[in-house]
Design a binder for this molecule. Structure first.
Ligand SMILES: [Fe+2]
Ligand SMILES: [Fe+2]
Length: 257
């Protein structure tokens, strides 16, 4: 999947993502992450496609939150802009899993180490003020770190990346790592998720609707998506609904978070 990010009018985001598209080092981190995840561990994609999907979902979420009047943390706490918040979630989404290139175990920590020097190089092109560069770098590293359940997100941006990570679930891509080719509750439930729709909510800023081909998908929702939303800081901003496609009764379970 090409790296298609809707820039809207965010010039900083456009310049950074266009530079990343040409960056051979980052491409190789994504490829090496999947050598470990897919080839050696036989689990699902943690490379470029996953990175692009997570970055896109996180961007959509931070925009929905901003549109609803919420201030991103980098605006509230550092006086930076909404455009900067969008750069934070996209870069964190793109780099959150590169630590797999070292090892899956503790990969969030390895992602931090690898992303640190990459961010120094990438951010320098846009953020000439060292103060702003350090703010951007640390906010991005915070969001990368907090995609792991052991670390509580302390910013709206980090919450978006953590939840977005769990929502890369369409067409059998669900994020509980399962051994490819093996039949288990993990693989059956992952394959049951047909679609994930993220849009403006009716009562809350974000609506997440999960469409399943059979109710086994509930397992992914309970075990992963709900777990990632809980404690993300976004609990009060997301409506989560699940339904089985094609059945008359439609909505089989509605979650309140
Ligand atoms: Fe991860
Ligand atoms: Fe991930």
């Amino acid at each position: 999947m090409p790296l298609n990010i809707p820039y809207k009018k965010n010039k900083k985001l456009e310049r950074i993502v266009e530079a990343i598209k040409r960056d051979k080092e980052i491409q190789q981190y994504w490829d090496s992450a999947n050598i470990i995840a897919v080839d050696r561990l036989k689990i699902n994609d943690h490379g470029k496609v996953h990175a692009a999907i997570v970055a896109n979902i996180a961007l959509k979420m931070i925009r929905l939150l901003s549109d609803s009047g919420l201030e991103p943390s980098i605006v509230k706490d550092h006086g930076m802009s909404k455009d900067d918040a969008e750069v934070v979630v996209v870069l964190a989404g793109l780099l959150h899993d590169i630590g797999h290139a070292v090892h899956r175990k503790n990969h969030a920590e390895f992602s931090i180490v690898l992303a640190s020097s990459l961010l120094d190089r990438i951010l320098k092109k846009i953020y000439v003020d060292p103060k702003e560069r350090v703010i951007m770098k640390t906010e991005i590293l915070h969001a990368i770190m907090c995609h792991h359940l052991d670390y509580k997100p302390l910013t709206l941006e980090a919450g978006c990346v953590r939840v977005a990570d769990s929502l890369d679930a369409k067409e059998g891509r669900a994020r509980i790592p399962f051994e490819l080719g093996r039949i288990s509750i993990h693989s059956v439930s992952a394959l049951a998720i047909k679609d994930v729709k993220i849009k403006k909510g009716k009562d809350k800023p974000i609506s997440v609707e999960i469409v399943m081909t059979n109710p086994a998908g509930i397992f992914q929702i309970d075990e992963l998506i709900k777990a990632k939303i809980k404690d993300s800081g976004l609990e009060n901003y997301i409506e989560l609904r699940a339904r089985v496609k094609g059945e008359d009764k439609g909505l089989i379970k509605e979650f309140t978070l």
